[in-house]
Ligand binder design. Structure first.
Ligand SMILES: Cc1cc2nc3c(=O)[nH]c(=O)nc-3n(C[C@H](O)[C@H](O)[C@H](O)COP(=O)(O)OP(=O)(O)OC[C@H]3O[C@@H](n4cnc5c(N)ncnc54)[C@H](O)[C@@H]3O)c2cc1C
Length: 468
């Protein structure tokens, strides 16, 4: 990068411009794989600073990479072509609630958990709840269109964003949407930008929609003797007339890893468990759970345990929260996918993953957001064993292809980033790919905004987990 650019960045950011290698290295990774060292990092604290940086980047054609808390599991914030990382994690000044309008306005670096807390203190709820909400930022959630366990009833991030402030690739500050749920003025740029992974514009403020906080919750754990029935029960529950607020599945391997890790008295022999939460009026909840119980009994559930106290309920949800830490401590590197399939195809996907486990001799754990078909097959991998890494790459490719064959998608919530870009065309087709590239070109003609993401690189045909 030209010395001139560094000098100009220094004038804007002073001590918030990081050039030392020790600092830059820590901006070279995310929750996925690969390490890429940026040439400079700037810790932005205002729209004006973003604007000035983008104008510089545009003039000197330097790549810029927005970055929140770097919990992305798809390589989203990685600075794959050098350039400047825009660190948003320090920009938390705005977190304003407008209870009468059911709105919150936020800066991009605000942690999702802080939005939840503020909304709840007004008896309201910001529904999207990625499991990483204690650490991830709203900017990252917006750029990835993050989901979470509550997605089954309440949808995902895009369903709760009604307005954005965005810095374009030319350094212009625009506003999309506004302060009203209804707004049909022109193209829906808000929806286009949500989930665009920082490749179309840089989000500097968001207006989020709130809903009333449900009065209470009730949780049950359904225990199954075979995985196929567990998969089938998901559609059965969702067509029972009751909409659970959360529905998470763990296969036997996940159950045992959590049990080894935390000793929670889980049924080790079960093929799968499903954790089901209903929320709403406290008088109605037992009746709703009863409807679900009858649906499950009709399909052949082994046992159903209903939480008898709030402590019981917390313990049941602890099981789900501990899956990732339990996997990480039990082996090597956790490679987590999020191929998503239509609800009726969940049993087929389970069957396929089991076949792949045997075919490639891999330690695959399956858990995830059962209620919206969003499974997280996670593979414990020794990244130093090239033969094992190749088998993992083959297995993941088969999972992706099968998800698409079943009418599903490569990614339900983690995004395409660098990890899935080689497969992008398989889902959207050649014409679909060309149209998406044309949108990128129109909005970022010099390809300075988060380059190397979403679109396959020249000749790239498959997933490569190691970039050494
Ligand atoms: C343990 C764990 C659990 C997780 N659970 C879930 C889950 O339940 N649901 C889910 O959806 N995801 C989950 N994730 C993935 C991840 O947390 C989400 O994708 C999250 O939205 C990323 O937020 P972040 O602040 O870490 O963003 P980063 O990882 O820093 O960045 C993500 C993307 O956003 C872009 N970006 C960041 N800020 C901006 C901005 N202001 N403007 C434009 N682009 C920007 C980046 O360039 C990048 O492409 C999980 C991850 C972990 C590690």
């Amino acid at each position: 990068m030209k010395e001139k650019v560094i000098k100009k960045l220094n004038l804007i950011f002073a001590e918030r411009l990081l050039l030392e290698i020790d600092d830059r290295i820590s901006y070279g990774y995310d929750g996925s794989f690969g390490q890429y060292i940026p040439e400079a990092v700037v810790q932005v604290l205002s729209t004006e600073e973003v604007k000035e940086t983008v104008i510089l980047a545009d003039e000197y054609e330097v790549p810029i990479y927005p970055r929140g808390a770097a919990t992305s599991l798809s390589g989203g914030p990685l600075p794959v072509h050098g350039g400047i990382v825009l660190d948003f994690s320090q920009w938390t000044q705005k977190l304003e609630i407008y209870p009468d309008d059911l709105l919150i306005k936020v800066s991009p670096g605000v942690k999702t958990e802080d939005i939840h807390k503020l909304a709840e203190s007004h008896n309201l709820m910001y529904a999207p709840d990625p499991s990483s909400s204690k650490i991830c930022t709203i900017g990252g959630n917006l750029a990835e269109n993050a989901g979470g366990p509550r997605g089954v009833k309440y949808g995902v991030t895009k369903d709760y964003v009604i307005g954005l402030e965005v810095v374009t690739a030319k350094g212009k500050v625009i506003r999309t949407g506004g302060n009203t749920v209804k707004n049909v003025t022109g193209y829906d740029l808000t929806k286009l930008l949500i989930g665009s992974e920082g490749t179309l514009g840089i989000i500097t403020e968001a207006t989020l929609r709130l809903i009333p906080k449900p009065q209470d919750t009730l949780t049950a754990m359904a225990i199954f003797d075979d995985l196929y029935t567990a998969g089938q029960s998901i559609s059965k529950i969702l067509t029972s007339g009751v909409r659970p607020s959360k529905m998470e599945i763990l296969d036997q391997n996940s159950i045992n890893k959590v049990e080894d890790y935390a000793k929670l008295n889980l049924p080790r022999n079960a093929a799968a468990i499903i954790l089901i939460e209903v929320d709403g009026d406290e008088d109605v909840l037992p009746k709703e759970l009863n409807v679900i119980k009858e649906a499950l009994e009709s399909i052949g559930v082994n046992d159903i345990r209903i939480a008898e106290s709030k402590e019981d309920e917390e313990n049941l949800w602890r099981v789900r929260k501990l899956v990732s830490p339990a996997i990480v401590t039990s082996g090597y590197t956790k490679i987590s996918e999020d191929a998503t399939v239509p609800l009726s195809k969940i049993p087929d996907m389970f069957k396929k993953i089991n076949e792949l486990k045997n075919k490639y001799e891999l330690d695959i754990v399956v858990f995830g957001h059962a209620g919206d078909g969003n499974l997280h097959p996670s593979i414990n991998t020794n990244m130093r064993d090239q033969s094992e890494v190749s088998r993992v790459e083959d297995a993941i490719e088969e999972i992706f292809d099968y998800a698409i064959e079943l009418g599903g998608t490569l990614s339900g919530e983690h995004g395409i980033g660098t990890m899935k870009r080689a497969f992008f065309e398989r889902e959207v087709g050649q014409d679909g790919l060309e149209l998406q590239k044309a949108i990128k070109k129109a909005m970022d003609p010099k390809n300075i905004l988060n380059p190397g993401k979403i679109f396959p690189q020249d000749g790239e045909k498959r997933l490569v987990l190691r970039n050494d």
